[in-house]
Write a protein that binds this ligand. Structure first.
Ligand code: IVH
Length: 700
């Protein structure tokens, strides 16, 4: 689909505010077209623009319309909610309209809303909004898809999308497949429950790995993927997508308990068996509202699902009624949007990097752009198929996504912005570093440089070997590795232990102090545990825990090199995939050559002595969240594992205790509370390490 030269292309470019000043009627017309166009793309699960850019267009239109009441028009998108319904599903008229929310983008805008409300409630002009006890419910703004569920006499009879707010799509068959949505409740004669369908991040990532492996396009984000999964004609596809649901609002209710507050309504929904988000808070004052929004600014990625902000609602249902709604949104609620994780910028060029396994990964060189608080100037394009499928071209405006710790990614071009005649980008046939032909093995989504002496491969391999997670050679970073390779001082990781220091001394920028420092960093690395050396070799599939298992089971590198795959696979924590990979690695003469270089360089090849520590935590599972004074994250994990315990990353029914440091992950704490799992402070943790007994649980 190419809209090059379309009328949309010309209007989108008119972002220039002076256009609005000189001819507001023209700009309003342009903006209405644009908002309609991008809203349709969004509702067809093919958005070109990030939500925030769309919101900016929408806000600009709203502001211009407010400034120029003479341009009012009932058909403007600002007077409508949502998108038209589809032809695939039967239309459903909502018993009560499904409203949208007004957005605020900073604390001033949010407090402006609270002040407007205070005026509406005639609380007086001099009310201090920060401390006025209005009573709010703070909720997460789940980044998913609004859904209305209808129950009659306790039976789920209908599930519908929001559609245009009055009429949605009947997707009952699909929503019946969502785990967590009850089919039957002990509820009143009529109950409509509104909420958000979403795709958990882990589910989304798994789905994308499968897409990539199959040479299919990656999905852009969990929200669009959830939307697409819900609009399937075949409910078994929806069922396979692992969607989930949070209930956040009542619709039509006939019968049921007398409720006076929204917080109580949510509690009631929870009692009826609906999943209600545990991070909701009922608070009295606006300053507590700000505590909530500030907290989630910092912790949005501690959740297993995506949020795009918070929703603040007035708790009292009587107050809600007296405030009422506009045609689009209630006056008693306000969305507080977090910084967007998708932005547009210009794709300057596409380069290909060569990893330590030789994998050739295309990546985007971008006009720097701040995404969710950090500047992004490079983003992955994954592999040749993905570039071709997305058809991104240098010179395009592209949407870039950066969510949490995930590597930034180019999602798609904004076709409405593509300059005319922009040539397609073609994946190189030769390695950009060594010029050898690149190879794409059959059934592989990736292309590789198979030249073992390729300087780019060696560069990344040596950097990896010297990195913190492996041999931790301080001072051996990217530029020094590049320099040493270029000067023929090293060609592989084995050479690090026989560097000709007299030659280094002749290099520019190497004084005696830096040589001394680097020499002692390398000397220190010779004493690292065998597991670190194994990790540093970069053997496919072998991570730190597999390396530790091998090191402690065999006690030396030599027997590992000679071991059969079966022997290795029999070790707890190794398994057949790792075993086969390690076996095949050490079959290569190059690997053996490296080991001889290590031996000659005095590198430790011995595994750890069997742990002398009393195994007091055997069979126990201890989760740590937040920072501890006396332990780093890894240090706490080592302390637990060294005593025979397990240290998983999340809380479950199997968790024995949760150690809570400062600034803990809220979801872990809430889950521990919900499951009644004991929580320990640092002193409690120390006592647990010493005795193996959870403090407080010792008496029974
Ligand atoms: S309340 C009348 N609460 O945000 C109030 N909406 O931008 C209706 N959303 O259409 C919405 N989390 O799809 C509400 N905790 C939450 C929400 C939430 C996500 C979505 C919902 C709504 C959209 C508006």
């Amino acid at each position: 689909m190419c809209r090059q030269g379309s009328s949309i292309a010309s209007v989108f470019v008119a972002k220039n505010p002076s256009a609005a000043e000189s001819d507001p009627a023209k700009r309003v017309a342009e903006l209405r077209d644009l908002v309609r166009y991008h809203r349709d793309r969004y509702y067809n699960d093919e958005p070109e623009l990030p939500d925030a850019d769309f919101d900016a267009l929408f806000s600009e239109l709203e502001a211009l319309e407010a400034e120029h009441p003479e341009l009012a028009d009932d058909t403007s998108p600002t007077a409508e909610v949502g998108a038209p319904t589809s032809a695939t599903f039967a239309p459903v008229e909502h018993a009560m309209p499904m409203m949208s929310l007004d957005n605020s983008f900073d604390e001033d805008e949010l407090s402006g809303w609270a002040e407007r409300m205070a005026r509406g409630l005639e609380l007086g002009d001099d009310v201090d909004i920060a401390s006025a006890e209005i009573g709010y419910v703070c909720e997460l703004k789940i980044d998913g898809l609004a859904l209305s569920l209808r129950y009659e006499n306790g039976q789920l009879v209908q599930g519908a999308t929001r559609g245009n707010g009055r009429v949605g799509d009947d997707i009952t068959a699909n929503i019946r497949t969502i785990v967590g949505i009850p089919h039957e409740i002990d509820g009143p004669p009529v109950l409509e429950v509104r909420g958000e369908v979403y795709m958990p991040v882990a589910t989304f990532e798994k789905l994308n790995e499968a897409q990539e492996a199959a040479g299919l396009p990656r999905y852009a984000n969990p929200r669009n993927t959830a939307a697409g999964s819900l609009r399937q004609k075949d409910p078994t596809i929806t069922a396979s997508r692992g969607l989930a649901f949070w209930a956040y609002q009542l619709g039509q209710v006939e019968g049921g308990p007398e409720l006076t507050g929204h917080g109580a309504a949510l509690d009631w929904l929870g009692e009826l068996g609906f999943p209600v988000n545990p991070e909701r808070r009922v608070v009295e004052t606006f300053s507590e509202v700000l505590d909530y929004t500030r907290h989630w600014h910092e912790h949005r990625h501690d959740l297993g699902y995506e949020i795009d902000g918070a929703v603040i609602k007035v708790d009292s249902l009587a107050t809600q009624r007296s405030l009422g709604s506009t045609s689009r949104a209630p006056r008693w609620a306000m969305a507080y949007k977090l910084p967007p994780e998708e932005k547009t910028t210009t794709l300057l060029d596409i380069h290909v990097s060569i990893g330590r396994t030789g994998k050739a990964t295309p990546f985007a060189v971008l006009e720097p752009v701040v995404v969710a608080g950090s500047t992004v100037q490079m983003a992955t394009l994954h592999n040749a198929d993905q570039v071709a499928l997305k058809d991104v071209r240098p010179g395009d405006t592209v949407t870039v996504r950066k969510a949490g710790d995930v590597i930034p990614e180019v999602l798609r071009p904004v076709l409405s912005e593509r300059p005319e005649g922009l040539p397609e980008w073609v994946f190189p046939t030769n390695c950009p570093a060594c010029a050898e032909l690149l190879v794409r093995p059959e059934d592989e989504a990736h292309t590789f440089c198979v030249n073992p002496t390729c300087p780019a491969r060696q560069q990344t391999q040596i950097e990896y070997f010297a990195s913190r997670g492996a041999m931790d050679i301080d001072g051996m970073g990217e530029s020094r590795v590049a320099l040493f390779i270029e000067q023929d001082l090293i060609a592989d990781v084995g050479d690090l232990f026989s560097i000709d220091w007299d030659r280094v001394a002749q290099l520019e920028g190497f004084g005696q102090t830096s040589i001394d420092n680097l020499q002692s960093a390398i000397a220190a690395a010779t004493q690292r545990p065998l597991a670190s050396l194994l990790v540093g070799l970069g053997i496919r599939h072998l991570g730190p825990s597999g390396a530790e298992s091998l090191a402690s089971a065999f006690g030396h590198l030599d027997p590992i090199m000679e071991a059969s795959a079966e022997e290795m696979a029999a070790i707890d924590g190794v398994g057949p995939v790792i075993a086969a990979s390690v076996k095949s690695y050490f079959e290569s003469p190059k690997a053996r050559e490296l080991v001889e270089k290590f031996r000659a360089g005095g590198v430790n090849l011995e595994g750890p002595e069997r742990s002398e520590m009393p195994q007091v935590l055997e069979g126990l599972s201890i989760v740590v969240t937040g920072s501890l004074e006396g332990f780093s994250r890894d240090g706490a994990a080592d302390a637990i594992k060294g005593r025979g315990g397990k240290n998983p990353g999340s809380v479950s029914k199997k968790t024995t205790a949760v150690v809570v440091g400062s600034d803990p992950g809220a979801s872990k704490v809430t889950k521990a509370e919900d499951l009644g799992i004991p929580m320990l402070d640092e002193a409690g943790f120390l006592s647990l390490l010493e005795t193996g007994v959870v403090p407080g649980a010792a008496d029974d």
